[in-house]
Ligand binder design. Structure first.
Ligand SMILES: [Zn+2]
Length: 325
């Protein structure tokens, strides 16, 4: 047997084409180093590389950072330096708040010195100790349900409101900056990516936007895509998820499983696979049509999210569950 590593080469022309991304999905242009940093409100700033977002507060005692996505990486430091020097304030990062434990939002944590105080939910600490990734040191300071941070004269309200995208994902409210940061739930202007933004708890994921809207805020930091969000973006996302829910429930009761089991009698997994595909396709089709030109990549990702919502409706909620008489 050969141990030679052979790379798989796929030609770009062979890849699928998709609908153009609506203008409303696009954010500000990036600079030469590949980032954009902008003011959210007063001394609260956000940084993006077009796909990921981080945020920071400049305070009289130093900088408080919120998430450190590795794709932005060293540009977080550059963005902080740029703003601090323009405003004549300290660029020393004193605190780092984790939104949740995922490596794609926390993996540049180790770029900041070991004296930075890391803060996160107690479950974030447990998961980071479990994962034992040197790029993501576990938080020294944790909380269970709520915690108010008062750092350098600024107020930040942290809250854990139950599992959603992950078991540890938190709400970060900036009451004096009219802003809510909630990661991996709503991608403003865009459809969620794979399987509802790779969410572990779909009932929690679906409920999270309503919790977000209970808070007073004007600016939304979602952790992904190249722009900030508004309350209308969150409402549009809620409508999109509600449309998927309603559509896939219709599919679950209208696509008859019988022919699938007739065809694949001795191979039930083949029948299940084909039936899941049929339910997903029937559920997703009207939603893809409705959101074309409204949400970026609705044609790319609606099927994947529909599949995951369908499984939650079946397995968490017991919808269309059949008990053999
Ligand atoms: Zn995540």
């Amino acid at each position: 047997m050969s141990t030679k590593n052979t790379a798989t080469k796929i030609s770009a022309e062979a890849l699928s084409d998709y609908a153009p991304v609506p203008r409303s999905a696009i954010g500000p242009a990036l600079n030469e180093q590949g980032y954009y940093v902008g003011r959210v409100e007063r001394n609260l700033y956000w940084v993006t590389d077009g796909s990921y977002q981080s945020a920071f507060l400049t305070t009289k005692d130093g900088v408080v950072l919120f998430d450190a996505p590795p794709s932005i990486g060293g540009n977080i430091r550059r963005a902080v330096d740029e703003i601090a020097s323009a405003n004549g304030v300290s660029n020393k990062v004193t605190h780092l708040v984790y939104s949740h434990h995922h490596a794609d939002h926390a993996g540049a944590s180790s770029l900041f010195d070991k004296n930075v105080i890391r803060i996160g939910h107690e479950e974030t600490k447990r998961l980071l100790l479990r994962d034992n990734d040197p790029a993501r040191p576990a938080p020294q300071e944790t909380f269970a349900d709520r915690r108010t941070l008062k750092i350098g004269g600024e107020r930040i309200e942290l809250a854990w409101r139950g599992p959603n995208h992950t078991p540890d994902n938190i709400y970060i409210h900036f009451p004096d900056h009219d802003t809510l940061m909630l990661i991996d739930i709503v991608n403003p202007g865009w459809a969620p990516i794979s399987m509802s933004n790779l969410s572990e708890d779909i009932p929690g994921y679906v409920a999270a936007p309503a919790i977000a809207l209970e808070y007073p805020w004007k600016h939304f930091i979602g952790g992904h895509v190249g722009r900030l969000g508004t309350r209308d973006d969150v409402t549009l996302h809620q409508q999109y998820m509600a449309d998927i829910d309603a559509s896939v429930r219709r599919a679950l009761v209208s696509v008859d499983p019988t022919p699938f089991f007739q065809k694949y009698g001795d191979n039930p997994w083949a029948a299940v696979s084909a039936l899941f595909d049929a339910w997903t396709d029937a559920g997703a089709a009207p939603v893809i049509e409705k959101y074309a030109g409204v949400l970026g990549a609705a044609d790319v990702y609606t099927k994947s999210t529909t599949f995951w919502v369908m499984e939650s409706i079946r397995l968490d909620l017991g919808f269309a569950s059949y008990v053999r008489p």
